[in-house]
Design a binder for this molecule. Structure first.
Ligand SMILES: NC(=O)c1ccc[n+]([C@@H]2O[C@H](COP(=O)([O-])OP(=O)(O)OC[C@H]3O[C@@H](n4cnc5c(N)ncnc54)[C@H](OP(=O)(O)O)[C@@H]3O)[C@@H](O)[C@H]2O)c1
Length: 302
């Protein structure tokens, strides 16, 4: 492994406004660095455990032995590690290196964590961009990958082309917390779907229907429901909720869903809170409204 710990040496080696450093070479960071190598960019990499850099160095990346050398090597550094505490620690290890440079943090975190980190990074004289990756590592650099970005608009405009090597880049505003909001909202929808699918498969299997048999009609049903989402959004924003499928009826159907789960010995844990919310919405006067009326109860949990 070729190691360089003298930042000036790396800078002399790169001297390239499009150079990029990637800090954190787990499954995701390695994919991010590989996408930059694929795009032909001068790429410096750092990871706490150096062995993970070897495949990237074999492809032409330069290994920096510490975060300081890595960040000094390029105008733009992408950080992707386990959590934002680790991000803060490695940026502290970088000393004054971030000053005058751009830090893009693609580590998953909360909007509040992003805002705190942004304020701290900016105090060090660097520009901060936060990002939320909507992809798994094999998708990086391929069609279908997208990343939300927020924070410094100038830095994003300057480095947009470089960042687009990861996937489609969506800039969602100067609030550094915005990318995490969009990321976590989309993940919420995904986990809601998986919670439903987990329960559906367990319920079907409890009655002798295999996951393989269930999946085609389940997929068709979810696709039909997915097509109603634009109407759902309109109903939330106008507070005019469809009466085609009233909550009073849905709440009653939900009782059967929970009861059938118990009959089959299936834990109702994942869906029971949704049933409780529907009953609460009916009690709050939404019995004639559709399911979109329940959003208001979540926004006002008192
Ligand atoms: N994988 C995905 O599908 C996916 C999708 C979207 C977003 N993400 C996000 O990407 C980020 C990284 O995920 P990953 O899949 O690459 O995870 P991973 O494969 O588990 O890698 C974790 C990385 O964090 C580093 N790390 C852990 N603790 C550290 C510390 N205290 N100081 C410095 N580095 C530390 C590890 O270094 P060592 O090698 O030294 O342990 C490793 O490089 C996470 O925020 C994750 O939510 C992942």
């Amino acid at each position: 492994l070729k190691r360089v710990n003298d930042a000036r040496t790396i800078w002399r080696m790169t001297q390239d406004d499009n150079a990029i450093s990637v800090l954190g070479l787990g499954a995701m960071g390695s994919a991010l660095a590989a996408a930059q190598l694929d795009a032909g960019r001068t790429t410096t990499v750092w990871n706490r455990s150096p062995a993970r850099a070897e495949p990237l160095v074999a492809r032409g990346a330069t290994f920096a032995t510490d975060p300081q050398a890595a960040i000094e090597a390029s105008p733009l550094s992408v950080v992707c590690v386990v959590d934002n505490d680790a991000v803060r620690t490695l940026l502290e290890q970088a000393g004054a290196a971030p000053s005058g440079r751009v830090v893009v943090n693609l580590t998953n975190g909360t909007p509040g964590q992003a805002r705190t980190l942004a304020a701290w990074v900016e105090q060090q004289g660097a520009a901060y961009i936060d990002g939320g990756i909507m992809a798994v590592p094999p998708m990086i650099g391929a069609p279908g990958a997208s990343v939300f970005y927020s924070g410094s608009a100038d830095a994003f405009a300057t480095h947009r082309a470089t960042l687009e090597a990861f996937g489609a880049a969506s800039y969602v505003g100067e609030d550094p917390g915005a990318a995490a909001v969009w990321d976590l909202a989309l993940l919420s929808g995904m986990y809601g779907m998986f919670a439903g699918v987990l329960h559906a498969v367990a319920l079907a299997r409890s009655q002798g229907i295999s996951a393989t048999e269930l999946m085609p009609p389940l997929q068709a049903w979810l696709t039909a429901m997915e097509a109603t989402l634009p109407q759902f959004a309109e109903q939330v924003e106008t507070d005019q909720h469809s009466t085609a499928s009233p909550l009073a009826m849905q709440a009653q159907g939900f009782v059967n869903l929970i009861e059938a789960s118990r009959e089959g010995g299936v834990r109702p844990d994942l869906l029971a809170p949704t049933g409780a919310l529907l009953h609460e919405a009916v009690a709050a006067g939404h019995g004639d409204h559709g399911i979109s009326s329940a959003v208001a109860l979540l926004n006002d949990p008192t």
